[in-house]
Write a protein that binds this ligand. Structure first.
Ligand SMILES: [Fe+2]
Length: 246
């Protein structure tokens, strides 16, 4: 059976299930229903495809690390989420909104794996190839906002690098946009993120750096600072700008 045919039958079955005609249901709603239906079948969460090859981030992040990071680590968070039905999870909402519902009372398996899935999904979109290592600076509105908040791009880069380097153990460093529209650099442990209602500053992540050893150990071993220096070459500033402007 072709994928289109299978997709059509699945959606038809869903419409039958809820007893409503497609004219009453937009495509988006239908996709949500399909997602819930899939949840019962165990694939409500899926690993996003990368928009580039595993070797695209060479020489700063090696192909093997990218492949294992994506197909083993990220896939692992996705699998665990699908194995763990949660009556408290709003499966209709986006992953970003789901994260905003996480607090200290949320089960650790949901907190860790939902965070792991959301954080990595964002992380991949914030990388872009730069094999020649051309100077990679912010541009446009985000460049202006960084200058205003941190006085200069160099200051911003220095502060971000310091905070990321000093995270004890596994975690993430973020540039966030707060409710008031201010830019702040924050860090979180494990797979927590600044959307979650936990200790520390909350806000919308617009730049994300994974400093778990699995993100760099094959190439850099214990030299996290060198990995961060390499990563600056890969920051997808147009994507940061898009997230900032939304
Ligand atoms: Fe990671």
């Amino acid at each position: 059976m072709s994928n289109d045919r299978r997709d059509f039958l699945k959606k038809s079955a869903l419409l039958g299930l809820v007893g409503l005609s497609s004219s009453l249901f937009g495509e988006e709603k239908l996709n949500h229903l399909e997602s819930i239906s899939n949840k019962m079948g165990g694939d409500a969460f899926t690993l996003p495809k990368l928009p580039y090859a595993y070797n695209a981030m060479e020489p700063f992040i090696d192909a093997k690390t990218m492949e294992i990071h994506h197909t083993k680590h990220h896939q692992g968070y996705v699998n665990k989420l699908n194995e763990t039905p949660s009556t408290n999870m709003d499966y209709m909402s986006s992953d970003e909104v789901k994260c905003t519902h996480v607090d200290k009372y949320t089960s650790s398996v949901i907190r860790n794996n939902l965070g792991g899935h959301y954080n990595h999904s964002l992380f991949w979109t914030l990388l872009r190839a730069n094999p020649e290592g051309y100077k990679n600076l912010a541009e446009g509105k985000i460049a202006k906002a960084i200058d205003e908040e941190f006085k200069s791009f160099d200051n911003f880069q220095k502060e971000f690098t310091e905070k990321a380097t000093k995270i004890f153990g596994s975690g993430w460093c973020w540039l966030i946009k707060t409710k008031e529209g201010k830019l702040k650099i924050v860090t979180t442990a494990n797979q927590d993120n600044p959307l979650m209602k936990l200790e520390g500053e909350q806000g919308k992540p617009i730049l994300a750096l994974d400093v778990w050893e699995h993100a760099y150990y094959l190439k850099y071993q214990n030299k996290r600072a060198d990995y961060i220096t390499g990563w600056w070459n890969l920051v997808n500033w147009p994507k940061v700008e898009e997230l900032y402007s939304k």
